[in-house]
Design a protein around this ligand. Structure first.
Ligand SMILES: Cc1cc2nc3c(=O)[nH]c(=O)nc-3n(C[C@H](O)[C@H](O)[C@H](O)COP(=O)(O)OP(=O)(O)OC[C@H]3O[C@@H](n4cnc5c(N)ncnc54)[C@H](O)[C@@H]3O)c2cc1C
Length: 474
C-alpha cells in the first residue's frame, strides 16, 4: 500500500465505518500473529527472527454485507485484500504478501440452516470445520469431511483449497460435499451459485470458487451435504511385500467397491511412521482400511476385500492396527509425531491416473534423493478414486542450512525438481493442499496454454488484481 501522509488514516476511518472501530487494527503485535501459516518458508523465516510480510490493516467482518463494503473500499483505492480462515494452510496462501487489508473471517461463524429433508447444512464461511461437524453430529449426521486439520481449518479455507478428509474414498472431497455457496466478488457484488450442484444450466459457478484460493471472491457462506452416521464402521490392516503390489491391489479394491478409508504406506514409511505411531514392527508396505455403512452390506464388502487381498498374497493383520490407525488419525500430525521445523520438509501431494502412479513415485524419489544430499523421500497413498490415487509424498532434510536465504533457495530447488518430475510423468502437482505462493511459479508448466482460462477469469472478476495477490500463480 503506497498511500502517504494522512491518507492511511482516511482509509482507516472508511474501514471503521464499514465494520466498526473495534474490528479494525493496525497494531504491529496483532499483525505479527498473521505473519505465518503452516508454509515451511514462512515458519522458518519467523523462527530465524526475520520480519514476515504483514498487512497494513487487520479487519474482522461479521457478515456478508460488511465484506461487501470492505471490498468496495478496497477496489476503489486498489488496496490488496488477503483472506484468512484458520491459517492452517501449508502453501502460504493466507499470507498478506502485498500488504493491504487482511480479512480474518472467523467472526462469520454462524450456523444458518439444517435441512433434515434434503440432508444439508448451511453455515457462514468463517466457522471452524469441527464445529460444523459437531452441529451435524448432534442430529445424527456427519458432513464426512474429516481432514487432519479438522480442528484448525474453516469452512472457507476448506473450500478455497478444495480440501479432502480421511473418509474421501467413499464420500469424496469438498467439491463433492459442498452443494452451493455465496461469495463476494472483488467489486463488492454478492453472488450465489445455483442451489444445486448438478445441472446443465451453464458451467458450474460453484466450482469456480472451489479451489480458487480466494483469488476470485470471498466465500461467505456454504451449504454441504449431510450423511447419516453409518450403522457400522470396521477397520482392517494388511501387509504387502512391497508398495507396487499394494498399489495394484488397492486399485482392484477401489475399482470394485468403496472403502471409506484406505491408506497404503511405502516401505520407508512402514518402518518409520507406522512403526513409531502404531508400534507395527515389520517391513513391507502396510495398508489400513475402513469399511462402513449398513452392516449386511459391509459383511459382503469385507468378503470381497479379503478375496482380492488373498489373490495378491497380502498378509491379513486383523483389526487391531486398523483400529489403532483410526484412533490416531489426527495424532499423526501432532508435533513430535510428524516432521517439524527446524527440519526442512515438504508435502508434495501428487495426483495421477493409475497408469502413471508408480512411474511418478519413482521419478520423484530419484529427483529428490539422487540430486540432493541428505534429503530423503517417503510416501503413502491417501485418497483413492476409480481412476487413480493421490501420492502423499514428502521430502525431509534433518539439517537444513542455517542461513535463511540459503534455506529458501534449497527448499525451492527441491520442490522444482520433484514437481517437474511429477508433471513430466503425467502427474498433477496437487490433490488438496493447494498452490498458494509456494507453487504459483509452476502453474504455467502444469497447465500450458490452458492457464489463459484461469488468467482470463481472474482478469474479468478482479481487473485491479486486489484479491489474494500472488496466489495460484495469478
Ligand atoms: C497438521 C495439518 C494437517 C492438515 N491436513 C489436511 C487434510 O487432511 N486435508 C486437507 O485438505 N488439508 C489439510 N491441511 C491443509 C490445510 O489445513 C487446509 O488446506 C485447510 O482447508 C485450510 O483452511 P484454513 O481455514 O486454515 O485456511 P487458511 O490457511 O486461512 O487459508 C487458505 C486459503 O484459503 C483462503 N480462504 C480462507 N477463507 C476463505 C474464504 N472464506 N473465502 C475465500 N478464500 C478463503 C485463503 O485466502 C487462503 O488462500 C492440513 C494442515 C495442517 C497444518
Amino acid at each position: 500500500m503506497e498511500f502517504k501522509g494522512f491518507m492511511p488514516e482516511m482509509i482507516r476511518s472508511e474501514l471503521e465505518d464499514a465494520v466498526g472501530r473495534d474490528y479494525v487494527s493496525t497494531s504491529f503485535s496483532e499483525k505479527l500473529a498473521y505473519g505465518t501459516d503452516y508454509y515451511w518458508v514462512a515458519r522458518m523465516w519467523m523462527d530465524k527472527g526475520k520480519e514476515p510480510p504483514l498487512p497494513d490493516f487487520l479487519l474482522w467482518p461479521c457478515c456478508t454485507a460488511e465484506v461487501s463494503k470492505i471490498m468496495k473500499i478496497a477496489n476503489y483505492y486498489k488496496i490488496p485484500v488477503q483472506i484468512w480462515g484458520g491459517g492452517s494452510g501449508s502453501q502460504g496462501a493466507a499470507l498478506a504478501l502485498a500488504g493491504g487489508i487482511l480479512l480474518d473471517m472467523k467472526r462469520m461463524n454462524k450456523l444458518l440452516c439444517v435441512d433434515e429433508i434434503s440432508n444439508t447444512i448451511t453455515a457462514e464461511a468463517g466457522m471452524n470445520f469441527q464445529t460444523l461437524e459437531w452441529y451435524a453430529n448432534e442430529r445424527g449426521y456427519s458432513v464426512m469431511h474429516i481432514p487432519s486439520c479438522l480442528t484448525c481449518c474453516t469452512v472457507g479455507g476448506a473450500i478455497a483449497h478444495n480440501g479432502i478428509g480421511i473418509l474421501s474414498t467413499k464420500y469424496g472431497k469438498i467439491d463433492d460435499q459442498c452443494i452451493s455457496l455465496e461469495a463476494v466478488l472483488p467489486n463488492g457484488d454478492v453472488i450465489c451459485s445455483l442451489p444445486i450442484p448438478k445441472h446443465s444450466t451453464g458451467p458450474d459457478i460453484r466450482q469456480m470458487f472451489i479451489g480458487a484460493e480466494g483469488t476470485l471472491g470471498v466465500v461467505t457462506k456454504a451449504t454441504f451435504k449431510m450423511v447419516k452416521e453409518p450403522g457400522c464402521r470396521r477397520h482392517y490392516a494388511f501387509l504387502f511385500d512391497n508398495f507396487s503390489k499394494g498399489i495394484e491391489t488397492c486399485r482392484k479394491i477401489v475399482q470394485t467397491l468403496k472403502p471409506s478409508l484406505m491408506r497404503l504406506f511405502d516401505e520407508p514409511e512402514t518402518t518409520s511412521i507406522i512403526k513409531k505411531i502404531l508400534g507395527f514392527p515389520r517391513k513391507g508396505a502396510f495398508m489400513n482400511m475402513t469399511l462402513e455403512g449398513i452392516p449386511e452390506i459391509v459383511d459382503i464388502e469385507e468378503k470381497i476385500v479379503h478375496r482380492i487381498c488373498e489373490e495378491a498374497h497380502a498378509e491379513y493383520l486383523g483389526n487391531e492396527y486398523g483400529e489403532k490407525w483410526y484412533e490416531n488419525k489426527i495424532t499423526f500430525f501432532y508435533p513430535g509425531h510428524t516432521m517439524n521445523n527446524p527440519q526442512m520438509f515438504g508435502t508434495m501431494d501428487t495426483c495421477a491416473t493409475f497408469d502413471n502412479v508408480e512411474k511418478i513415485y519413482w521419478a520423484m524419489k530419484h529427483a529428490v534423493e539422487d540430486n540432493f544430499e541428505n534429503v530423503r523421500f517417503i510416501a503413502h497413498c491417501s485418497h483413492w478414486y476409480e481412476w487413480g490415487t493421490m501420492i502423499y509424498d514428502r521430502f525431509i532434510m534433518d539439517d537444513p542450512p542455517e542461513d535463511p536465504e540459503e534455506s529458501i533457495r534449497l527448499h525451492n530447488r527441491i520442490w522444482n525438481k520433484a514437481v517437474r518430475a511429477a508433471i513430466e510423468n503425467g502427474g498433477v502437482i496437487n490433490d488438496h493442499h493447494g498452490i498458494g505462493v509456494k507453487l504459483g511459479r509452476l502453474m504455467k508448466e502444469q497447465y500450458g496454454p490452458a492457464m489463459q482460462v484461469l488468467q482470463g477469469l481472474k482478469k474479468s472478476l478482479d481487473p485491479n488484481g486486489i484479491l489474494n495477490p500472488y496466489k495460484l500463480g495469478l
